[in-house]
Design a protein around this ligand. Structure first.
Ligand code: FAD
Ligand code: UDP
Length: 387
């Protein structure tokens, strides 16, 4: 019936399904345990008419023209430049921390002197990861690095990861570097835009093909079985001779045989308020106050002209596989110990020619949307273009 089974209807699964169906005429079955397509990028209209992002705010940004062109087949775009403020010492200042944040938080003479030092040392427009800035020996720059570390990073990271910034991969805090500029945007990518009808509609269009079937609300383990001794895959208790593309948790696929990998989960607290605007920018981070990390107001993203507004607070929590309130693994946790475990899974996976692992969870990488689209297109070229 099917040539390829894909587990997961997020960007990894959807891009591969679209390519294999349209370019190779393959018959695809996509299985997802959720009731909808789109993975974590899923958006929907809430009961008040506001287009919300069910799994946290998703802002598309990329420097990769081929990814932007590929997705543009399925959507038109509305230009959107994301800005974030952080609530620090009773003020809301731009994050990533930049020269405007510096001048808002520190006395003028000190801020002027630090600005000159930063530009002199690194150059205007340069981005410096906080963990790198902390290695500075100059007394004033060291003071600034410690100030930013304390006010922006240490408590937010403790909430988000349950760890100190230096105990997770530098790639993570490096996503939000100190920016020696007056540019208040969160990203500087060339293409920044929101799909004009939302993300779910992009997935609808990608998967609207006679060769693509969907089996939603179904856990892969309930309908498939893989014998890792023989490599035989069974679907609905019959042998399946085709290929399995898996975009879920790599450790779960292999029955956690080398131990469980750790993940971080989130609780989302949605609210609807009878005001037209709740906050001045899409997202406000609260590094040092409250249990949540940030509040996002969706109307800034959807640009809907509608009364009332919907917001979401993100409350990080431990991931617990058997607890329905905590069993979505939003973030792989990146530590040295986990890296070794992951390598064992990856080595083991490489012996199965009929299984491909792709996606944020299957590859255990901090992929943004553009990264995963690029990755899925690359997997298609490398592995399936000769079919
Ligand atoms: P997912 O979207 O997670 O899809 C995997 C799918 O597999 C899921 O639908 C899941 O239900 C399904 N699945 C897993 N296991 C099974 C199983 N056993 N059986 C059946 N189905 C299964 N990126 C950006 O570029 N910009 C942003 O602003 C942004 N914000 C984000 C905010 C948050 C809170 C999070 C968590 C991520 C954010 N991202 C953002 C990243 C973005 O969500 C990912 O890049 C993208 O979703 C990865 O796609 P994927 O297909 O790999 O995984
Ligand atoms: N971060 C922080 N304070 C902030 C914003 C980010 O400490 O105000 C750190 C934190 O460790 C976070 C990481 O930088 O997990 C990456 O932030 P980003 O906004 O990219 O996270 P995401 O949107 O992926 O959750």
């Amino acid at each position: 019936m099917f040539d390829i089974i894909i587990v997961g209807a997020g960007f990894a699964g959807a891009v591969l399904a679209e390519r294999l169906a349209t370019q190779k005429n393959k018959r695809i079955l996509i299985i997802d345990k959720r009731q909808h397509i789109g993975g974590n990028c899923y958006d929907c209209v809430d009961e008040h008419g506001v287009l919300i992002h069910k799994y946290g705010p998703h802002l598309f940004h990329t420097d990769n023209k081929s990814v932007f062109d590929y997705l543009s087949q399925f959507t038109q775009w509305r230009p959107y430049q994301h800005e974030v403020l952080a609530f620090i010492d009773g003020q809301k200042v731009p994050v990533p921390f930049n020269l405007n944040s510096l001048h808002s938080l520190l006395p003028k003479s000190l801020a002027d002197s630090l600005e000159l030092k930063l530009i002199d040392k690194f150059g205007y427009g340069v981005k410096v990861p906080i963990l790198e800035l902390r290695n500075e020996e100059d007394k004033e720059l060291k003071f600034l690095a410690d100030f930013i570390y304390e006010k922006i990073f240490v408590n937010y990271t403790a909430k988000q990861w349950g760890k100190k910034p230096e105990d997770i991969s530098p790639e993570v805090t490096g996503r939000v570097p100190v920016h020696i500029s007056r540019d208040n945007r969160y990203f500087q990518d060339k293409y920044q835009a929101i799909p004009s009808q939302g993300y779910t509609k992009v997935f609808d269009k990608m998967l609207d093909h006679p060769n693509i079937s969907l089996l939603l609300n179904t856990d892969f383990k309930d309908v498939c079985n893989v014998n890792f001794q023989t490599g035989v895959i069974q679907f609905m208790e019959s042998d399946f001779k085709g290929h399995l593309i898996f975009t879920g948790l790599i450790d779960e696929l292999f029955n956690s045989q080398f131990g469980e990998l750790p993940y971080r989960s989130l609780a989302f607290q949605f609210d609807h308020l009878a005001v037209d605007q709740f906050q001045e920018k899409t997202t406000i981070n609260y590094p040092n106050d409250y249990d949540f990390t940030r509040i996002t107001e969706f109307k800034h993203i959807s640009q809907q002209v509608i009364s009332g507004t919907s917001i979401v607070k993100e409350i990080p929590q431990d991931f617990e596989r058997d607890n329905p309130e905590k069993n979505i693994p939003y973030y792989p946790i990146f530590t040295e110990e986990n890296k070794k475990k992951l390598e064992r899974y990856q080595d083991f996976a490489s012996q199965f020619d009929n299984i491909t692992l792709a996606g944020r969870l299957a590859e255990n990488r901090y992929y943004d949307m553009d990264d995963i689209v690029a990755r899925a297109l690359q997997v298609f070229d490398d592995k399936f273009s000769q079919l």
